[in-house]
Design a protein around this ligand. Structure first.
Ligand code: SF4
Length: 225
């Protein structure tokens, strides 16, 4: 069952109200990925593509026990990394990318993870979303990452009509003060995981009473009966 998104954006005032409710509901929102250093976060985010954070958290302790820093991972045997990360999916590509990223960190950044977008996006396996997560979570920079939950919940709340993650990022960052971008990312993810789920949101448990998707969801569920 596919529930359509609203066809119109809500007003700025309604958007502000919706986001304020999410901010109050998830006041201590942080990433679910477990990490100790920017390097560990970077590798965990690369592994999290098409995979749950819980699965990544089960995998990374083994990976970092074997390869604790960029120098160690840069010299890793790809088959060994593939074996360790196999359960994360797309393990061949991910193994290739994390080794290549570690080599680039070692060769170009003295083994440190850079905090600027251009350098991050130049690393193998790192796109805009991964760069945004590393910038905002590891370095506290103003960045707003759009994953599948952020994309869906932003649409359901009527914050955007954009068809691409970059379009959603542009729309939502216009509605949220710059110093709140990194928090807004977590509000939307946590809401998407806990209540505004795919494919069917739990509107009955949702505090965002003015959400334009409420009626759409109720209509879709009524038609299904
Ligand atoms: S009212 Fe329903 S669709 Fe809207 S944000 Fe809440 S759970 Fe999602």
């Amino acid at each position: 069952m596919t529930i359509p998104f609203p066809k119109r954006k809500v007003s700025r005032a309604v958007a502000a109200e919706e986001l304020a409710i999410l901010a109050r509901t998830y006041p201590h929102a942080v990433t679910a990925l477990e990490y100790r250093t920017p390097f560990e976060l970077l590798i965990a985010v690369i592994l999290s593509a098409q995979c749950t954070d819980a699965r990544v958290n089960l995998t990374t302790p083994h990976l970092f026990a074997a390869y604790p820093d960029p120098a160690a991972l840069a010299g890793a045997d790809q088959a060994d990394v593939e074996r360790i990360i196999k359960s994360c999916g797309f393990f061949r590509t991910k193994a290739k990318n994390v080794i290549a990223a570690a080599r680039a960190l070692f060769a170009e950044h003295g083994g440190a993870v850079p905090s600027d977008r251009e350098s991050l996006e130049a690393l193998p396996g790192v796109g805009r979303k991964t760069a945004n997560v590393v910038m905002s979570v590891a370095f506290g920079e103003a960045a707003f990452a759009v994953d599948t939950h952020v994309f869906r919940v932003s649409h359901r709340l009527g914050l955007t009509l954009a068809t691409t993650p970059r379009g959603v990022e542009d729309d939502v960052t216009k509605l949220v003060p710059r110093d709140q971008w990194r928090h807004a990312h977590h509000w939307l993810i946590l809401h998407g995981r806990a209540i505004c789920k795919a494919p069917i949101p739990r509107c009955g448990q949702c505090p965002v009473t003015m959400c334009p998707s409420r009626k759409i969801v109720a209509r879709a569920l009524a038609q299904r009966r």
